[in-house]
Design a protein around this ligand. Structure first.
Ligand SMILES: [Zn+2]
Length: 446
């Protein structure tokens, strides 16, 4: 998670230089490399290929509060002897703080630990994913154990009358506008029949459906499609990352849903910050569609401020590369041509907008007047291959507030995100033994 490790040193590319040069000099490899395309160096980049936006000062900042959403996870071996059994512990949630508190922190060179308490936790959640060689609560297989664990979590959290399951149903069937009455599930988790139509009207009060082929139960949370990539023998490690991303975004959805039901006007003064891009990946990708519908609906009807901040990956490496060439207070609006020509080798003429099957926003690279550079995805009403400034509502407001979050103390990380990471991080906590004991007590390993 650490931003510093990315910036502080180069990848271990020189580790075995001699063997690399041996391979690179091989005629077949050299011939292959001659036909390859790579991310570009800054001198090869022409900024005219993407719109550049000059960020304006705010005369009036509507943002009063910031909510940062984050998830952390750690694998825990429960049974070390062969064959090993593994669980994954997730902690995730949201931090909330006011801009006034942030402004008072901002003027100080260092932040005292006691002042961190000004950042208020909304709620934190824990989830245990059976990951390898485990069955839970009498489920037949690992796949069904995972399905059941996720379903139970969504049915039982948060405590109180507003559950994740309810806000997820609201998202999936797009109840915020003209509701959709059907969701197409790629495959039944029980009989593997394809293209199952889940009709909202057929959903039981416990958020389950009956498969029309095998008549077994399908949970609403099976729409994450994680069952498709769990192997009962090899394990569920392939779903670990996707699930973390789902948790983060469903906390975001849940908060939006709660605010819309309690005090919709609040959406006009809250900036939501998510760690990572505004997208759903892998098996969960289809959920980007209702999410896209939700942000479009909010942009049109009341406004929404969301930013997904990237800390690593090809876009961040590219942003570091071009940072010296960018003027302060500007943002590059990334389009297909720019992305596929300079960042991700691909065809600049591709007609499908970059990330059209995963993203519910578009990306920009922003250089603040303090020289710091950010890769940010922001919601747009439409997903276009060639987005323009007008496609990004609230650009000045979001960027000026992101700039305020800066803290030297945490290097390039933003205050809330780095603190959220700290709070949710279990990896360095001396509690893995306790977790193991807890896990052993509550699970049936075999
Ligand atoms: Zn079935």
């Amino acid at each position: 998670m650490a931003y510093t490790s990315k910036r502080g040193r180069r990848p271990s590319e020189y580790a075995s230089k001699s063997s690399h040069s041996y391979i690179i000099n091989d005629p077949e490899v050299a011939g292959f490399l001659a036909n390859c395309d790579y991310p570009k160096k800054s001198e090869e980049i022409n900024f005219d290929r993407a719109p550049i936006y000059e960020v304006k000062e705010l005369t009036n900042n509507p943002i009063k509060n910031i909510i940062a959403v984050d998830a952390g996870r750690t694998p825990v071996p429960v049974k070390k002897e062969f064959p090993s059994s593994i669980l994954t512990f997730y902690q995730f949630g949201a931090l909330y703080f006011s801009m006034d508190d942030l402004d008072s922190l901002y003027v100080k060179p260092f932040i005292e630990p006691s002042e961190i308490s000004k950042l208020k936790e909304i709620q934190r959640f824990k989830f245990i994913l059976p990951t390898k060689n485990i069955r839970v609560n009498g489920a037949d297989t690992l796949t069904h154990s995972v399905r059941r664990a996720i379903y139970d979590f969504f049915m039982n959290n948060p405590q109180g009358d507003k559950k994740f399951m309810e806000s997820y149903k609201w998202l999936l069937f797009e109840e915020f506008h003209t509701p959709a009455d059907i969701w197409k599930l790629a495959s039944c988790p029980n009989c593997e029949a394809k293209e199952i139509q889940l009709l909202k009207n057929d959903m039981a009060t416990n958020y389950t459906f009956e498969c029309p082929h095998c008549h077994e139960k399908i949970y609403l949370t099976d729409t994450f499609r994680l069952h498709e990539i769990i192997d009962d023998e090899i394990g569920a490690s392939g779903v670990v990352g996707y699930l973390g991303n789902v948790f983060e975004q469903l906390v975001l959805v849940h908060l939006i849903w709660v605010i819309m039901h309690i005090k919709p006007a609040l959406l006009k003064e809250v900036l939501f910050i998510k760690d990572g891009p505004l997208a759903f990946f892998g098996q969960t990708a289809n959920i980007h569609q209702p999410m896209k519908a939700l942000v479009s609906h909010l942009i049109e009807n009341q406004n929404i401020f969301i930013a997904g901040l990237e800390k690593s990956g090809a876009f961040v490496e590219h942003a570091d590369e071009i940072a010296p060439k960018m003027a302060p207070n500007t943002a590059i609006i990334l389009n297909n041509d720019y992305i596929y020509r300079y960042i991700i080798p691909g065809s600049p003429n591709a007609t499908d907008p970059y990330g059209s099957t995963t993203y519910y926003g578009r990306k920009i690279i922003y250089k603040a007047d303090d020289e710091r550079v950010y890769v940010i995805s922001l919601p747009t009403k439409n997903i276009s291959a060639n987005p323009q400034v007008d496609d990004f509502p609230n650009l000045d407001i979001i960027l000026q507030n992101i700039k305020k979050l800066k803290s030297d103390m945490y290097d390039s990380a933003l205050i809330p995100v780095s603190l959220a990471n700290k709070l949710v991080s279990l990896a360095n906590h001396p509690s893995s033994v306790i977790l193991e004991k807890f896990a052993k007590k509550s699970m049936n390993t075999h």
